[in-house]
Design a protein around this ligand. Structure first.
Ligand code: HEM
Ligand code: MG
Length: 232
């Protein structure tokens, strides 16, 4: 079938975003991860995750284009450009100053993987706690760490994104099994029983969940802004 999961080949490129990588691994985006346009991302996000092509997805996708040296397309690895979208205190990647801000890192992911003990799902409370723990680690250990209103806003959006994509965009509840496969294998967990949510994820659902997540995290910016990154 056209949208089977296949591991990337040696010449394929991937991003610091588990979702874009998953979409490429299933052929919703080009499997080589290259020459990707905004309309391609919008269609893939809808087909793969039922994310609406509204102002939120359009803005993030256009923002991502700034990471590319081509005016109209991006390669997934372009997105590692630090402080454009990529930020410190990620859920599954190392901070930029510590080395590899692109590839999945199981040690970093341990905080999320061990969260919400005793039950088989993650929710906004656990996800907020994970955000807080990841930021505390970065603030304590990363030289030249960034923690601004912008990075905080992106982090809240991303935690809302994984709860919505792997679970319920309204309740923010997502089975651990699905979320863990999404991060670790960059695969849609169809075989394990995951289905694309019937409820669409929109700027409104994400805004609501990310607001809750930021509250639950108790995270606050420790600097007004980072240097503006507008391109490579
Ligand atoms: C990171 C989900 C779309 C660019 C992330 C993370 C999640 C996520 C959960 C956090 C990873 C981590 O903290 O380790 C999603 C979902 C999307 C989506 C469900 C829906 C299709 C996009 C789009 C772009 C993008 C359209 C830009 C073209 C990024 C980048 C990061 C990221 C650059 C790295 C941020 C960082 O952790 O430093 N995404 N994303 N994502 N995403 Fe996406
Ligand atoms: Mg990062």
């Amino acid at each position: 079938d056209w949208h089977q999961w296949r591991a990337p080949r040696a010449t394929d490129v991937r991003s610091p975003c588990p979702a874009l990588n998953t979409l490429a691994n299933h052929g919703y985006l080009p499997r080589n991860g290259k020459h990707i346009t905004v309309p391609m991302i919008l269609k893939a996000a809808t087909d793969g995750f039922n994310f609406k092509a509204d102002a939120l997805m359009v803005t993030i996708s256009k923002f991502g284009l700034l990471a590319s040296s081509d005016p109209t397309t991006l390669n997934l690895d372009d997105l590692k450009l630090h402080n454009l979208i990529e930020h410190d205190a990620s859920l599954s990647r190392q901070d930029f100053a510590l080395g590899d801000n692109l590839h999945f890192n199981e040690t970093i992911f341990t905080t999320l993987a061990n969260s919400n003990p005793g039950v088989n799902y993650y929710n906004t409370t656990s996800a907020g706690q994970v955000m807080h723990a990841r930021l505390a680690d970065s603030l304590a250990n990363t030289p030249n760490v960034t923690n601004s209103p912008k990075s905080l806003g992106i982090r809240g959006t991303e935690s809302a994104f994984y709860l919505s994509a792997m679970g319920d965009p309204v309740t923010g509840v997502a089975p651990k099994k699905f979320v863990n496969i999404f991060f670790r294998e960059e695969r849609l967990p169809f075989a394990e029983g995951w289905k694309r949510s019937k409820t669409q994820t929109t700027i409104e659902t994400v805004g609501r969940l990310s607001g809750i997540l930021l509250q639950e995290s108790n995270d606050v910016p420790t600097q007004p802004c980072e240097p503006h990154v507008l391109g490579p």
